[in-house]
Design a protein. Structure first.
Length: 239
């Protein structure tokens, strides 16, 4: 998921080793750990509700099940990084039922809403951000972790586009149009939400897989314009 790596800022010389990373780096990776758990639970619930409509052998259901496992794998990778802070958090995941989409929607509409918000928007943005993070990260644990997360996020973004394509063939999608700006707004706000003090924001944290707010904003704007918007337009939806 995206909300978290897009922080950091100006340029202050910093060691490229994890053992010398400032506390702010581990604070951000702890947040990433939380987000991976949340993503796993969301994909699990989405897969469960998709199975009720299309059966447990449906391809998109299987993709959701795989996504849950992969998000949990990401969580374990985050824990390995956090250990360098001197803390050794335990793997702590409990699958729980999650409300998908606004309460006023039908069950089918909630599935599409979540597929759009989680995969077409959030995971697509995450893929673009992770690509740049991988380029900037130091070789070793950080780069390897970002690389693996990136490989999986590409697959996770396809879940939403696959479900959108299926729904386009079977139902009128005009109802979802008013929700799209909010999906984008929430994804953007979550990703650039400050988690650093003003002083910490002067550090260059790119070696540890963290982008500056400016770089992240530009990447997301370009991704929305060049990938998400054209993708939605294929189904008669606009941003």
């Amino acid at each position: 998921m995206l909300a978290l790596f897009a922080v950091g800022a100006q340029v202050v010389k910093a060691s490229s080793t994890l053992g010398a990373a400032p506390d702010s780096v581990f604070r951000i990776w702890r947040n990433r750990l939380r987000i991976e758990y949340e993503a796993a639970a969301l994909f699990a619930q989405l897969g469960k509700e998709l199975a009720q409509h299309y059966g447990k052998h449906d391809e998109v259901v299987r993709l959701c099940e795989g996504a849950e496992e992969e998000e949990l794998s990401h969580a374990k990778m985050c824990i390995e990084i956090i250990k360098y802070s001197g803390e050794a958090p335990a793997f702590n995941y409990t699958r729980k039922k999650i409300q998908l989409g606004p309460e006023n929607l039908t069950s089918e509409q909630k599935i599409l809403y979540t597929s759009l918000a989680l995969s077409c928007v959030t995971e697509t943005l995450s893929t673009a951000l992770l690509t740049e993070m991988q380029n900037a990260a130091e070789p070793g644990l950080i780069k390897d972790t970002v690389h693996q997360i990136l490989r999986d996020e590409v697959k996770h973004s396809r879940i939403g586009w696959a479900e959108l394509n299926r729904c386009h063939q079977n139902q009128n999608l005009t109802w979802v149009q008013p929700y799209i700006p909010l999906m984008l707004k929430e994804a953007l706000q979550a990703d650039i939400q400050p988690m650093l003090t003003r002083q910490e924001a002067k550090d260059d944290l790119s070696a540890w897989g963290i982008l500056s707010p400016l770089d992240a904003s530009l990447i997301m704007e370009n991704t929305i314009t060049q990938i998400i918007s054209p993708g939605l337009q294929r189904y008669g939806l606009k941003i």
